[in-house]
Write a protein that binds this ligand. Structure first.
Ligand code: ZN
Length: 292
């Protein structure tokens, strides 16, 4: 092949960016545990599925007053997420989860990390070469935070009938970034939530093979309702009462796909969509889940 000088320069630059991204991220990963401060307040668990258009952002207010944010939406200023959190009185994020490096999930991360006190940051161990991803890494570094690698079996929180646990990613090598998605299962008393990021059929099958308890009252439907996710076998194991689809109106991907909506309808699941309802909130007292 005969490359021009500028093409060669572009390739060398690209390689350099890749190497820097990988080495930079590797240096930020740390398995050490930090302590989390929390006080006993309300006995209610509240899960807010934010309307951020085509993307994900989920705020969880635990009954012990600690706060978790799963993804930060597509907006690079983080504006919708930051203003929503502030309206809820959030000053500190105890657990920040970036499910995977796609911009519709981590677009607002750098701004959110800059704005709030953060205790723990969880991400799957995979890198991406976009500016959005590098901005997030830089903001984590600037705050002196370390990334805790999200992987199946890792507990985020486990006390007094309240648990938050990663049940994916189960593996370490996938073709699609979506299958690296960090999946969080929250259990409070007899109620539960399953937040699946953009995990696709491959990850769903691995979770089924792992025989983890997938049952959940509320399922955050994987990958904005794409037909790549929510396989019938997975749905049968989760048996949700409610499903939430985080999706932008008239998005270019055609999400949610008809096939997924049919699977959910066939299973008798009540479906709520952010493109139709705006932000969707559920609350649990440990015995019952209700839409707020
Ligand atoms: Zn997505």
């Amino acid at each position: 092949m005969n490359f021009s000088k500028s093409k060669k320069r572009n390739i060398i630059y690209l390689l350099l960016v890749v190497v820097l991204a990988i080495s930079g991220a590797a240096g930020l990963f740390d398995l050490s545990e930090n302590t989390v401060s929390s006080s006993n307040g309300s006995d209610q668990l509240t899960v807010h599925f934010l309307d951020v258009g085509q993307g994900d952002s989920i705020l969880i207010q635990f009954p012990n007053d600690s706060v978790m944010l799963v993804d930060a939406g597509p907006d690079e200023n983080g504006a919708p997420v930051i203003s929503y959190l502030k309206k809820q009185g959030v000053e500190k994020i105890d657990y920040l989860v970036a499910t995977h490096p796609h911009a519709d999930h981590i677009g607002g991360m750098a701004a959110v990390i800059k704005e709030f006190d953060i205790n723990k940051v969880y991400m799957p161990k995979v890198t991406h070469t976009t500016k959005t991803f590098e901005d997030m890494l830089l903001s984590i570094k600037r705050k002196g935070l370390k990334i805790i690698p999200a992987r199946a079996g890792l507990d985020i929180l486990d006390r007094d009938g309240l648990q938050a646990t990663f049940i994916a990613p189960c593996g370490t090598d996938y073709d699609s970034l979506n299958n690296y998605s960090a999946i969080v299962k929250i259990q409070y008393g007899s109620t539960s939530f399953l937040l699946t990021g953009d995990a696709e059929g491959i990850s769903e099958k691995e979770m089924l093979d792992n025989s983890v308890d997938l049952r959940a009252d509320v399922l955050k439907v994987g990958h904005h309702g794409s037909s790549s996710s929510t396989t019938p076998a997975f749905l049968k194991s989760v048996t949700p009462e409610y499903a939430v689809i985080l999706v932008g109106a008239e998005n270019k991907y055609g999400h949610p796909h008809q096939e997924t909506l049919e699977h959910l309808a066939d299973a008798g699941v009540i479906v709520y969509r952010t493109d139709q309802e705006g932000t969707i909130i559920f609350a649990s007292d440990g015995k019952q889940v209700n839409k707020v």
